[in-house]
Design a protein around this ligand. Sequence first.
Ligand SMILES: Nc1ncnc2c1ncn2[C@@H]1O[C@H](COP(=O)(O)OP(=O)(O)OP(=O)(O)O)[C@@H](O)[C@H]1O
Length: 243
Amino acid sequence: MEELEFIHVSKEFKNKNETIQVLKGINGKIQKGTITTIIGPSGSGKSTILSLCNLLSTPTEGEIFIRGKEIREWDVQKLRCYVGIAFQSAPLIKGSALDNLILPAKLHGRTLEQPKKYMEYVGLSEDLLDRPAKELSGGQRQRLSLARTLVNDPSILLLDEVTSALDSISSHEVEELIKKLNHEHGTTILWVTHDLDQAKRVGDHTWLVLDGKLIEAGPTNELFEAPRERQTQQFLELKRNMR
Ligand SMILES: Nc1ncnc2c1ncn2[C@@H]1O[C@H](COP(=O)(O)OP(=O)(O)OP(=O)(O)O)[C@@H](O)[C@H]1O
């Protein structure tokens, strides 16, 4: 059974006078324990795909199955424990690093047994637990945000441009951390990135999304080195010329 399956998924948003068709009939499967990088131009619908996977929004048409169960049949709280999400801006609440770390447990009426374990896992010193979150560096904030996502022990992790605000050293460190999580816990990862080198480095599989359509999906090496679709070739060529 696939961990995640999209069957003819479309999404439209209605603004005042117009309807915007953002996703157009996405069909795709994600196997458990794999890293899938999602690439495509700005506005093509990448983040919308992620937002559907933990019910931040719902498909207008089609179905999304997670572990064989249609997403709208899941209890939302259970789904959001099973499917974690982390964003570029790493929104943290006021208060200490610890206040942030315990938040998911608190929201589910639990206490967090070993906050130090999570700090250690993401390579943060436990001395930072009492520090105001706003005093942490960008890289530390992003790690803390990931640690907070891990508190629920998600089986699927959705990552939206999680390294784009970081310098290249911090960015590589976060990549290594996510790969470790994937190897050690078998976490299934969907990773939206603008950085094609990163998509190549971390992906087992890659999806190219153009104008709301899944143009090509395949093993990362094949998609980059021997793309099947003309539109993939054109997109990769355009990106190479922009360097
Ligand atoms: N809540 C919303 N209401 C109206 N339009 C929306 C909404 N969310 C997204 N859109 C539109 O859907 C389109 C796709 O947005 P999305 O954020 O999924 O693209 P993206 O590929 O992730 O872009 P980027 O790479 O710039 O983050 C955009 O035109 C965006 O303006």
